[in-house]
Design a protein around this ligand. Structure first.
Ligand code: AMP
Length: 280
């Protein structure tokens, strides 16, 4: 696996692959790779001849320094995982290469970034949109693979690519879960044992809403209440939001007559988990 830590050699490699008529798929990550990331890599391998994984803990998208400092960075394990997964190149730029002195240009998403995660984490999606644009500029991908786990991020990236004519096909991959339903996340490792056990209430809450939907409930308030009842019954869970929103516009729905997604953010101790499930 080729490893690059600067945009220039990364782009030279990408240009060379393109000159050989290879399709390039990029999988942007913050590292601490788990089976969820590897599902994205598998999809990328099916879709493209050259797979580039980017590993960068992006300071721009963290609104808490403590969260940024605590974020795991097991780069050697990540490189081994990429090698075993058949990744062709890893782009793991240094912060200095990404944001040299004098850096001042950002990509500002629109209303999609104002709600849910955007409301709770000011500047988060501006940081995501900016870094994704830079990662695309360095890796010159034909397509990019993202997880549905971060539903709002996926919607914002799709919008950004359309709005800025970036010409990168965006592929979304279903969330990979633990056997008990908890969505895999690099932050799960920070859950205390009791909180890890309690965190199963998050997927259970989403499934309670899905069950009600399957039984014909179409009132968003009722579906939301079904999910909240599960979380309220778990004393260790501190709910930040549970919302039922349109898949693409992320607008709150009062009735479910088209494609919607139930999205949630819940705290367990110091760890904030997000998850979502499509209804309809
Ligand atoms: P992260 O390293 O957390 O920034 O995530 C990198 C990419 O992996 C994003 O597109 C995430 O949506 C995706 N991802 C994270 N967790 C999962 C999961 N459990 N299943 C599928 N994709 C995931």
């Amino acid at each position: 696996v080729h490893v690059f830590d600067h945009p220039e050699p990364m782009r030279r490699y990408a240009r060379e692959r393109r000159a050989h008529h290879e399709t390039i798929a990029v999988v942007p990550t913050m590292g601490a790779l788990h089976a969820g990331h590897l599902a994205l890599v598998d999809a990328a391998r099916r879709l493209a001849g050259t797979v580039v994984v980017t590993i960068f803990v992006n300071p721009l998208q963290f609104n808490e320094t403590a969260d940024f400092d605590r974020y795991p960075r097991p780069i050697d394990d990540d490189l081994t995982a990429c090698r075993h997964a058949g990744v062709h190149a890893v782009y793991a730029p240094t912060a200095a290469a990404m944001y040299p002195a004098g850096f001042q240009t950002h990509v500002e998403p629109g209303v999609l970034a104002e709600r849910l995660e955007g409301a709770m984490r000011p500047g988060h999606f501006r940081g995501v949109a900016t870094v994704v644009t830079k990662l695309f500029a360095a890796t010159l991908p034909h397509l990019a693979v993202f997880g549905e786990k971060d539903h709002q991020q996926l919607a914002i990236v799709r919008r950004m690519v359309a709005d800025l004519d970036l010409g990168v096909e965006i592929v979304g991959i279903p969330t990979v879960r633990e056997p008990d339903g908890l969505a895999l996340s690099s932050r799960n490792a920070r859950l205390a044992p009791h909180d890890r056990a309690a965190a199963v209430s998050v997927p259970q809450a989403l499934r309670a809403a899905e069950d009600a939907y399957r039984h014909g409930e179409r009132d968003a308030g009722e579906l939301r209440a079904a999910a909240l009842a599960v979380l309220d019954a778990e004393p260790r869970a501190r709910v930040e939001y549970v919302e039922i929103v349109g898949v693409d516009d992320l607008e709150t729905r009062s009735r479910v007559d088209d494609q919607v997604v139930i999205v949630t953010a819940v705290w367990f101790g110091e760890v904030r988990l997000i998850d979502n499930l499509r209804l309809g």
